[in-house]
Write a protein that binds this ligand. Sequence first.
Ligand code: NDP
Length: 333
Amino acid sequence: SRQIELASRPEGVPKKSNFKTTTTELSPIADGEFLVKNEWMSVDPYMRGRMKAGESYVPPFEIGKPLEGGCLGKVVESRHPDFAEGDTVLGNLGWREYWKSRGEGVTKVDPDLAPVQAYLGVLGMTGLTAWVGLNKIARLQEGNTVFVSAASGAVGSVVCQLAKAKGCRVIGSAGSPAKLEWLKEAAGVDAVINYKETDDLVGELKRHAPDGIDVYFDNVGGDHLEAALEVMNRYGCCVECGMISTYNATEPPAAPRNLFQIIGKRIRLEGFIVRDHTDCQDEFIAEMASLIAAGKVVWEESVAEGLEQAPDAFIGLFEGENMGKQLVRLDVE
Ligand code: NDP
């Protein structure tokens, strides 16, 4: 079975040389175990944090050990009472072809409900992140003006559409004309900003939100957060979901330099981690399924073909190469 290991810890932007493909022998499964062949895996910005030494909110990946992450596969052999050959399962042992399990943390998914890979995206962790951030952290109200950064990404694209479905005005920022086009045409966002083509994010935001922003859904941090604080309304909320602009920083980032704004404007700045909110799973799936059925949530996937493409797909997240959810499809013969 092939797998991708962390060969060395990245300095700055990750490089291909930080990864290494190795092969291991699969030992037979024991009683109470089953064997899964991965068909899909997810690459996610948070994995960059795990490539650093030292504990963040998840323990670091170890050098010389395979990486981990969300994955979907089929049970190909089972000696477990609850998992049968042919079941499609969601697990956390991506970056490899095969894995064995006793079932902890593994869930079966219904492959007839949606294309299975949606359980890694819009119906999975990234969709739940968007839902929790808006409903539990921002406590979004109809009529709010919402600013979303990395708006065409996996989380951002769902945030935009959930906010639109709730009757909010949505402003999205992203890094290419094609992404802005998708946000307006497919996601129904009210106004868009190409942050790479302006050096005046505050001016752009003021132009699109003359009455200020009530909720900022932060995926980027840095200059985006600074600009949002400047244009935020009193009692507004910054949902601190991610700060991708800082993940490869080799020096501590400077912005936001205007943090004092949170006092005068009584801004709530609240971070969250999606895995603390798994109790929302059923409510999230029910709402999401009905929005998808009503055509109110659509999504894009960027698919890299083959396990060996996973490092490039991961690195591409920091170059903005993905549109919507970045996935890797493993070779299925
Ligand atoms: P995305 O699909 O949004 O992919 C990352 C995108 O970020 C890129 O496509 C790129 O789009 C944008 N980007 C990359 N570098 C920069 C930069 N320097 N400045 C501005 N934008 C940049 O990834 P996800 O949806 O999976 O994740 C989005 C955010 O949510 C991340 O910050 C992630 O860490 C966070 N997250 C947090 C979770 C939590 O529990 N708190 C759970 C899941 C995700 P563009 O072309 O627009 O630049």
